[in-house]
Design a binder for this molecule. Sequence first.
Ligand SMILES: Nc1ncnc2c1ncn2[C@@H]1O[C@H](COP(=O)(O)OP(=O)(O)OP(=O)(O)O)[C@@H](O)[C@H]1O
Ligand SMILES: [Mg+2]
Length: 177
Amino acid sequence: MSHIVAIASGKGGVGKTWLAISLSHALARRGRRVLLFDGDLGLANVDVQLGLGPGPDLAGALVGRGALAQAVRAVEACGFDVLPGRSGSGQLARIDGAVLDRMLAEQEAARSRDRRAMVGTGDRSAKIRTYNFPQNRVTYHRINLSLHQLDDVLEGELDPLVEALRRQSREERAGDA
Ligand SMILES: Nc1ncnc2c1ncn2[C@@H]1O[C@H](COP(=O)(O)OP(=O)(O)OP(=O)(O)O)[C@@H](O)[C@H]1O
Ligand SMILES: [Mg+2]
C-alpha cells in the first residue's frame, strides 16, 4: 500500500527540506520505496541540497518537455527517488489551470493502466494460492514460494512470506533500473 506524507509549514527556513530528505533516506533504509516530490513551488531546492546536477524537473514536465516519469531521478547514494521542482524560478506557483488539468488526466490514465495490470484478467486458471493440508504446505504461485509450515501461516506467522515479497520487490526494482 502506498502512503503520502506531506511536509509543510507557514514559516521559511525552519528545516522542511532537510526533514523531507532525511525522512526519505530513513524510510529507504528501512526498505520502503520512496519518491520525494519537491512541491515547493517558489523555491524548490531538494535537488540542490542533494547535490544533483541540472536535469529534467517538474516545471519542465508541466510545460510539456517530457513526461513526468522521465523527470524522476534516482539518488543512488540514499536509495530513494526524487522528482525535483525548479530551483528559484517561482514559475510553478503560476501554473495555468488547463495545464494542471492535463497533468491530472495523464496521471489518472497512468493509474488506471497500472490498476488493470495489477488486477489481472480473472482467468480461473490463474492460481494465486494453494493450501495443501496433508503436506502442511502453502504455495504462493505469483511469487513461486512454497512454505512447509501451513499451520504456522494459519496462526499468522507471515514473516517468511513478507520476506519473500520484499526480496521479489527488490529484484523487480533492480530489474527496472
Ligand atoms: N535539524 C537541523 N539541524 C541543523 N541545521 C538544520 C536542521 N534542519 C535544517 N537545518 C539548516 O537550516 C537551513 C534551512 O533548512 P531547510 O532548507 O531544510 O529549511 P526549509 O524550511 O526547507 O527552508 P525554505 O522555507 O527556504 O524552503 C539549512 O541551512 C539547513 O541545513
Ligand atoms: Mg525548503
